[in-house]
Design a protein. Structure first.
Length: 148
């Protein structure tokens, strides 16, 4: 479970690039995940049309993703309950269901990423990949420092 939570968080953050509303500059000065998204939106220099399309992609994806997350949380609760009663057969069945839910969430995230990339110009795609690399390096360094 720990492996997919950061992935969901990253995708959610990237999908929130669509939340480019007035006050983005103010949000970029704040700390936290939304600040990074606001900065990303500003750095990509999206056109108003791109922002509007990304908002729609994000809105749709958020609705779909929240349904999957709710279902997977329910499955995790069922797994915990089955473990508490030492019902290994039920745990195995629920784990298979959870893996299926994770695969569906990954498909959703991949589709969302494709839709977002389709909106960007080649220059914006290159810039996005650079920003993703910088963010990944920053997160890796933070994790390394946290472990020390």
């Amino acid at each position: 479970m720990k492996k997919w939570i950061p992935a969901v968080a990253v995708v959610t953050l990237l999908s929130m690039t669509a939340v480019a509303q007035p006050g983005v500059e103010r949000a970029a000065k704040r700390r936290g995940p939304h600040a990074d998204v606001a900065a990303l939106v500003n750095k990509l220099n999206l056109t108003p049309e791109q922002r509007q399309q990304m908002e729609e992609i994000q809105r749709t994806s958020r609705t779909e993703l929240s349904a999957f997350l709710e279902a997977s949380h329910g499955t995790m609760d069922q797994i915990r309950a089955a473990r508490a009663t030492k019902d290994t057969e039920k745990v195995k069945a629920l784990q298979a269901e959870l893996e299926s839910q994770r695969a569906q969430m990954k498909e959703l995230r991949d589709r969302q990423d494709e839709e977002i990339l389709a909106l960007l110009t080649p220059e914006q795609r290159t810039q996005l990949e650079t920003l993703k690399g910088e963010r990944a390096a920053k997160l890796k360094e933070q994790r390394k420092n946290h472990r020390d």
